[in-house]
Write a protein of this length. Structure first.
Length: 283
């Protein structure tokens, strides 16, 4: 995608389209008509060939330099129409032989709309102090989605239209401050603090599990002379223990074949606070 300037203004406008290729449902190719009918009864469809996904993206932006070039920012509004989203949904069927079997069927049963606003900016407040910030607001939801499969273990309402997409916070952003100065005739030093915010987001398409919001704060202090740099750092300064990510998962350790009844959330733990020193030398 390329920015297209609107004549005589600092406004920019873009439109783009993209696609992801379709695929072959190989788990359906060997099933009989009666076995495929069981898939249709649960999902409403059972296609050997899955259509490609398509995305239409609209953006309008404003870029500006201010304060005699010491500050700059951009503000971008966007809208995405995402159609034919592939969803991999498990179904349990009874084979003609009488044996139960699990089939992971890929469907085009989902579409979504994503609307958002992004701000990025920085300002050299003094010769030594640089401030930076980024804020993103986004509203991402399914406009249609028959979320059968695992969801049927918790609810009889299999229509997930209007639900939020997974791992997509409404609010996120970051801030940073960097101080650079001379310590002596030979040495310079810098101090940098930055923080990242991630808002609440859902771990599953049924929106039954929520991951909490969190801040991650880091701090660096460094000294530099010619080609030598020494730095001390702390990551996750306040040792925040909120989970980094999470997604619905099946517990295959449970008894019996019908493991789809044993559902949970697989969580990604945060990295604990790390305190360290590093040295670099360019030659």
């Amino acid at each position: 995608m390329q920015w297209k300037p609107l004549d005589g203004t600092n406004l920019w406008l873009t439109y783009s389209e993209g696609n992801l290729p379709g695929k072959f449902n190989n788990q359906l190719s060997g099933l009989s008509d009666t076995e495929i009918q069981q898939v249709i009864d649960q999902l409403g469809e059972a296609n050997i060939f899955v259509d490609e996904e398509s995305l239409k993206n609209y953006e309008i932006g404003w870029k500006q330099v201010a304060w005699q070039g010491r500050a700059q920012f951009s503000l971008v509004g966007y809208r995405m129409d995402w159609d034919n989203i592939k969803a991999r949904i498990p179904v349990i069927i009874i084979l003609d032989s009488g044996r139960p079997a699990s089939q992971n069927v890929t469907t085009n049963q989902a579409s979504a709309e994503i609307t958002g606003l992004e701000f990025e900016g920085q300002a050299a407040v003094t010769e030594n102090l640089l401030l930076q910030a980024a804020i993103n607001w986004s509203d991402a939801e399914f406009t249609e989605f028959n979320c059968a499969g695992f969801v049927r273990q918790f609810t009889t309402d299999l229509d997930c239209a209007g639900n939020k997409t997974i791992q997509f916070p409404e609010w996120s952003g970051s801030v940073a401050a960097t101080w650079n100065a001379s310590l002596s005739a030979d040495w310079d030093y810098y101090i940098r603090g930055d923080a990242r915010y991630v808002g609440e987001r859902y771990a599953d398409v049924a929106n039954s599990a929520v991951l909490g919001d969190f801040w991650r704060v880091n701090l660096r202090v460094g000294f530099a002379r010619d080609d030598l740099r020494l730095e001390g750092y702390v990551t996750n300064l306040f040792d925040d223990d909120n989970y980094e990510a999470g997604q619905r998962w099946s517990d295959f350790s449970g008894p019996g074949f019908y493991f789809t009844a044993n559902q949970g959330v697989a969580l990604t733990p945060p990295r604990k606070r790390v305190i360290g020193l590093r040295m670099s030398y360019d030659f």
